[in-house]
Unconditional design. Structure first.
Length: 572
């Protein structure tokens, strides 16, 4: 153990720790990351402030609290990141040929000598002297995590930048140093880096989750959560505080859920982040939904319809009046579809009004209304007022109650085109849901012109796509005829830098489009079960979700594994 053993002996002789403390820490080495000194602090055998104070006084040296410092990028770059991580030494400042470094073990002469060798390799630091300050072991590791994460981020950005390493590294330098200069606090830089990396990784959500002994950061990319390199637990408080400040939340409130919004610019793109803070056992869990307006302004061709469904979809939304519902769970792309429709229908001769909770994107030429339940201004109240504005097209963010459902259907019967969402698993179930909510069957039958259930499936990466033989287990689970499988070609992604070696890049919708005709209208009026409506709809050309997904797998858009994971056995 060398010089570290000397420090342990000094601490033990002065009654700061015991043999049992050392034994426990040594057993933890290999099981938990960290040196013996760091684990002594993490185990609670000695407080970090007490350790630093004692060592500084014992060795007559100065001390430093790195979490209160803002280390300039030009200083942290003077020492290679590998050396810093391996030796646990952090450069603090460089002035007049003297490099001041922070380390927990001031008796580690070998590290100081090796550092001098490293400095002589750099023209700027050649023949520089090394001066040491004492810092806590957890403090040192936190600073390393914070300031030397750049190389890992650079790799991610390099991949996103199409292999342009110089540009990627420049972006990372800006990300770590911050646009506001070297005085910007380290936590501010770290939070900015987390958001920037998420956007460049095409993430839709950022999850910051406090656990018992660590804080976990995950990105949702193409619908799948991927864990990122996470900061130490001790930075949890500052990180969450920074996010709450940015989101305009109440800093003092930690017992109740809060919502907020953040405006953030990355690569000259202004992002809008919807932020939710939820109190948990180990601290507040924060989720940020990244709202990129450019990703919502899709044309109908880009939503993922197959030819026949697109024709039926255009026919339904081109009607002068009626209700069109999009159903599916949270995260299934309902908002994307509705905004795509509004984008398609938005013309100078048409008045569009939306009522949303919250208003996620600002649309030019559209009157958007934000509901506020705290003052009694909900969907039903907003919808009543909207009807007095003489709109042609109305979009209701979600039908949540009977009053809203009734007003929406009545609006359709009085000449308005109404779009909304509903939480049901398939299209026919939406009819049953509306009737269960208390809407009269004759209103549902007369007003509803179409219902569409949808999900999202990951698409095969075009850069590394190759033919594949389907897994027999997947074929069996999907109940596919072996002859069907032999007669079609299926694809998968091999995995490359463009798709982060997942084989998938991006997502497309799969749809179950029910067009209400006279026969189905008659069934609705009779309040028949949803499975009877499904049979009738399929007779008139409706594909259920699994059928639509299989058609997309046949065309190489997605894989059979995605079909299995995203749909249920609903093929009668």
């Amino acid at each position: 153990m060398g010089s570290e053993q000397l420090i342990l002996d000094v601490l033990k002789e002065n009654g700061k720790i015991t043999d049992q403390d050392i034994e426990k820490a040594e057993k933890d080495v290999g099981v938990r990351a960290g040196t013996v000194l760091e684990l002594l602090v993490l185990n609670g055998s000695i407080k970090e402030t007490e350790l630093v104070s004692f060592l500084a006084e014992y060795f007559s040296m100065g001390s430093v609290k790195l979490d209160e410092q803002s280390l300039p990028l030009e200083v942290t770059q003077l020492v290679p990141a590998e050396f810093v991580r391996d030796k646990r030494v952090v450069p603090v400042k460089f002035d007049a040929g003297i490099l001041t470094v922070a380390m927990t073990n001031p008796m580690d002469v070998d590290t100081i000598d090796n550092l001098a060798v490293q400095l002589n390799k750099n023209e700027k630091t050649r023949n520089a002297q090394v001066e040491t300050l004492v810092a806590g072991p957890v403090d040192v590791q936190s600073a390393i995590d914070l300031y030397y994460r750049g190389q890992q981020l650079a790799s991610a950005v390099e991949a996103a930048a199409g292999g342009d390493y110089e540009s990627a590294l420049k972006n990372i330098g800006e990300m770590i140093s911050g646009k506001e200069g070297a005085d910007e606090a380290p936590i501010i830089r770290f939070v900015s880096a987390v958001i920037s990396q998420a956007y460049r990784s095409r993430a839709s959500d950022i999850h910051i989750e406090p656990l018992e002994k660590r804080i976990r950061i995950r990105y949702r990319i193409d619908g799948e959560l991927e864990e990122m390199d996470s900061p130490p637990k001790r930075l949890q408080g500052p990180i969450l505080s920074r996010l709450k400040i940015m989101a305009g939340m109440n800093m003092a409130e930690r017992r109740l859920p809060q919502d907020g919004r953040i405006k953030f610019s990355v690569d000259k793109v202004m992002l809008d982040l919807r932020v939710s803070a939820l109190p948990g056992t180990h601290g507040e869990s924060v989720v940020m939904r990244i709202l990129d307006k450019s990703s919502l302004m899709l044309g109908l061709n880009e939503l993922g319809f197959l030819d026949e469904d697109e024709k039926r979809f255009r026919r339904i939304i081109g009607a002068p009046n009626g209700v069109f519902l999009v159903t599916g769970p949270t995260g299934s792309g309902k908002t994307t579809t509705l905004y795509g429709v509004l984008n398609f229908l938005n013309r100078p001769d048409v008045k569009l009004v939306t009522v949303e909770d919250p208003v996620e994107y600002m649309l030019g030429g559209v009157n958007q209304v934000q509901v506020n339940d705290e003052i009694g201004f909900g969907f039903s109240q907003a919808l009543r007022s909207i009807l007095r504005q003489a709109p042609n097209i109305i979009m209701v963010g979600e039908i949540r109650d009977t009053v809203t459902a009734e007003i929406a259907t009545q609006a359709a019967l009085t000449g308005h085109l109404v779009f909304s969402t509903l939480h049901t698993n398939d299209a026919p179930s939406a009819v049953t849901r509306l009737i269960d909510m208390g809407v009269k069957p004759f209103l549902v039958a007369s007003a509803v012109m179409g219902i569409m259930a949808q999900r999202l499936v990951r698409t095969v990466c075009k850069e590394c796509r190759e033919e594949t033989t389907p897994d027999p287990k997947v074929v069996k689970a999907l109940r596919l005829d072996p002859e069907y499988v032999k007669s079609h070609t299926f694809y998968k992604g091999r995995g490359c830098d463009k798709c982060r070696n997942t084989g998938y890049k991006g997502r497309k919708g799969i749809f179950e489009l029910l067009e209400v005709n006279d026969e189905i209208r008659h069934l609705i009026y009779q309040c028949v079960p949803s499975n009877e409506i499904r049979v009738a709809a399929r007779k008139h050309g409706m594909s259920v979700l699994r059928e639509d997904a299989l058609k997309k797998a046949e065309r190489g858009i997605t894989t059979l594994e995605e079909v299995l994971g995203s749909t249920v056995t609903d093929i009668a």
